[in-house]
Design a protein around this ligand. Structure first.
Ligand code: HEC
Ligand code: HEC
Length: 436
């Protein structure tokens, strides 16, 4: 609060000076003591109001910096104007009328603002086709950071996540605890080392313990670090880092989604951008764009390569993963559930980190579990609770702290309701619910 007042005075000092000047001037020109008192009182009230208004601005600036500030600034401006005009009107009635009218206009405007869709931005930015090929390593790395974290510089923000969805599972900062998947700090050097590990079985694909021998018939296995990274993305189960495999698969199957396939569907240019970021952010020279793309071509057959610039970017601003206006398949993809959950009826939702989401069948059993400590009484309440507060109850035989805890801020209320509605209708052994 003290900070805010300081900042408010910082913004508003010309106005305060003006008011003090006005006070002195009116004091000097007023003749009788009654009038002097009235003038002082009015000016003091004016200054108090101005301070409040500037605190509002300071507060607003701190909270919403960078987003469209047009509407509330206009509200504040109108209110300030009302008071300044009021000071010049000796007639209190006129002051109230003008102030009241202005307030009405401001309130109507802000009410209208709340009616607008939740996602900021108004018009979608014009589609810019990115020419990855002609970018410098730094520019390409910036694009990679956007794909992984949702924005340039966002890699330092806890919980930031972009269309690549990697931070759902991977830690990226040196020393950062990363239990679901290896911390990707140091991967440029580690990649080449992985090839030397005895269980990599590079020379004998037949003896690999993997459920997914190769990305496609005839594709090789990696022969250098960059190829290892490409293979990790294109064929996650080709080699599973010991200890990180799907439970019960004896490290033969990776929980990591195939990055060029739905839901994530990065194209080769985007994959090259992601990899380039992982090199340049550690101050290392990245392989040339063409070489990175070639490393992916080795593992991804032509027919499986997503078209360049096909799928549109994640929602504007990148803060909301989904706003609920999406069709149900797309909504699940955008929210990122398919990376971890199998969702019957949703194409590409074959994740194995969490339970199959037959919630119409599962939820009643969870609520009955003596170990259940949540508050849900109905199927829908249980699902909502599982999404918004996943640690309240952890499904038996699954580790805690796997599911991200910030869906409450990453999904609009409409999006959560739509997901809950769909999941509540999924029952084992019964027909799939209709999709609207
Ligand atoms: C659903 C969780 C999940 C997501 C999402 C995910 N990964 Fe992974 N990733 C894993 C797991 C688990 C492993 C370790 C098992 C394995 O080797 O496949 C892994 C392994 C890797 C490896 C090999 C690491 C090593 O130390 O050898 C790389 C590289 C990698 N992931 C990159 C990425 C990138 C880049 C993205 C985003 C585009 C991503 N992953 C998205 C779970 C995930
Ligand atoms: C990084 C992996 C991960 C992601 C992403 C994820 N979940 Fe989960 N989820 C889990 C795990 C693991 C569990 C089981 C442990 C627990 O209860 O926390 C779980 C449990 C659940 C449950 C309870 C299931 C039951 O049968 O009781 C629901 C419902 C659920 N998730 C819904 C979702 C939805 C919806 C999304 C997307 C908005 C999502 N999850 C995203 C890992 C994930």
């Amino acid at each position: 609060m003290v900070e805010l007042i300081k900042e408010a005075i910082g913004i508003g000092w010309p106005v305060f000076l003006l008011l003090i000047g006005l006070l002195l001037y009116m004091q000097a020109s007023a003749s009788d003591p009654e009038q002097k008192k009235a003038v002082t009182f009015k000016t003091m009230i004016g200054m108090l109001c101005a301070l409040l208004v500037f605190i509002a601005i300071a507060n607003y600036k701190n909270n919403f910096y960078g987003e469209s500030r047009l509407l509330p600034v206009s509200l504040v401006m109108i209110t300030v104007m009302a008071f300044i005009m009021g000071l010049y009107f000796p007639n209190i009635g006129a002051l109230m009328k003008i102030g009241g009218f202005m307030f009405f206009v401001a309130a109507a405007l802000s009410g209208y603002g709340n009616w607008l869709p939740q996602v900021e931005g108004g018009f979608p930015p014009p589609e810019v086709k990115l020419d990855f090929q002609s970018m410098s390593a730094q520019q390409l790395g910036d694009e990679g950071e956007k794909i992984i974290f949702g924005g340039i510089g966002a890699s330092k923000t806890q919980g930031a996540i972009g269309k690549g969805q990697c931070p759902l599972c991977h830690g990226f900062q040196q020393g950062f605890l990363s239990e679901r998947a290896p911390n990707l700090y140091g991967i440029p050097d580690r990649a080449a080392e992985r090839l030397k590990e005895p269980n990599y079985h590079m020379n004998d694909p037949a003896s690999r313990p993997s459920v997914q021998k190769e990305a496609f018939e005839g594709s090789g296995t990696a022969t250098n670090g960059q190829e290892y990274i490409a293979e990790s993305h294109a064929c996650p189960s080709c080699y599973v880092v010991p200890g990180f495999g799907v439970k019960g698969s004896n490290d033969g199957e990776s929980p990591m989604p195939t990055i060029h396939k739905p839901p994530i569907s990065l194209n080769l240019g985007e994959l090259a951008a992601v990899d380039t970021w992982m090199y340049v952010r550690e101050g290392k020279d990245a392989p040339a764009y063409e070489d990175i793309v070639a490393s992916y071509e080795k593992f991804i057959p032509e027919k499986d390569r997503p078209a360049e610039g096909g799928e549109e970017e994640a929602g504007p601003g990148g803060s909301l993963l989904a706003d609920g206006s999406e069709p149900i398949d797309k909504l699940f993809m955008k929210a990122g559930c398919p990376g971890c959950h199998t969702v019957p009826g949703i194409e590409g939702a074959t994740g194995k980190v969490g339970p199959v989401l037959f919630e119409g069948s599962n939820a009643p059993n969870r609520i009955k579990d003596p170990g259940y400590k949540g508050k849900a009484k109905s199927v829908k309440e249980y699902i909502t609770e599982s999404i918004l507060d996943p640690n309240l109850y952890v499904v038996k035989d699954y580790p805690p702290d796997q599911m991200p805890k910030d869906f409450g801020v990453k999904l609009s209320a409409g999006a959560v309701n739509k997901i809950v509605d769909y999941l509540s209708q999924l029952k084992e052994g019964q027909p799939l619910p209709p999709k609207e």
